[in-house]
Design a protein around this ligand. Structure first.
Ligand code: GRF
Length: 200
């Protein structure tokens, strides 16, 4: 059983999809802690209701990014965490944090990376006029939305879409591939060679 931490800032639908797969026995892991930088994050509330171990770490109490991340790493270590899942965690992770958990931090991004990095990726894709969009689960490295790609899913862009309907279509796929990637990691089935990730 691998100990998993989820870091989130918002509604937490990806967290819920991972939790669901754990509850169904589809992941050889358990949620050790849910951490948020937002006291009122819906995802944190849900975790609390589920009786999970939750921590709010207030950025205002820390002097800079690395000091904040040192506190996160301390909490992760205290809880014996082996896998960190960023699930709508709206902060950039410091190089210190990355180096402490190299190849053990996952993120989901709502675009087919390396296209449309950063905020509002679905809107960026929609406005660009792509015919296919999607989402990516990747390892986190020092650059934003850049680490080695684990899984991707593709969705079509329809003529009558707006960025909201496209986001919904992408989100459905996020809820499928993020738990799947977590299951692969927890089953020791991912082998990383540079930018390439092999499922073994
Ligand atoms: C998702 O679109 C995810 O791809 C992005 O942030 C959003 C989080 O949504 N990284 P939720 O909080 O998991 O519902």
């Amino acid at each position: 059983m691998k100990k998993i931490a989820v870091l989130l800032s918002g509604r937490g639908s990806n967290f819920i999809s991972i939790k669901k797969k754990i509850d169904e026995g589809g992941i050889n892991g358990e949620i050790a802690v849910v951490i948020s930088n937002k006291a009122d994050a819906k995802g944190l509330e849900f975790a609390r209701e589920q009786g999970l171990n939750t921590v709010f770490v207030n950025p205002k109490e820390f002097d800079g990014r690395e000091a904040y991340d040192r506190e996160l790493v301390r909490i992760l270590r205290e809880n014996g965490v082996e896998l960190v899942c960023l699930a709508g965690f709206m902060r950039i992770i410091s190089p210190y944090f990355v180096s402490e958990f190299r190849n053990r931090i996952l993120n989901i991004h709502p675009s087919l990376l390396p296209s449309f990095k950063g905020l509002d990726a679905q809107k960026q894709a929609f406005e660009y006029g792509v015919k296919f969009a999607g989402c990516t689960v990747h390892f986190v490295d020092e650059e934003m939305d850049h680490g080695s790609i684990i899984l991707q899913a593709v969705v079509p862009v329809m003529q009558d879409d707006d960025d909201h309907s496209l986001s919904e279509r992408i989100l459905k796929e996020e809820h499928r591939i993020y738990p799947e990637a977590v299951a692969l990691f927890c089953g020791d089935r991912l082998k990383v060679e540079g930018r390439k990730v092999f499922v073994i």
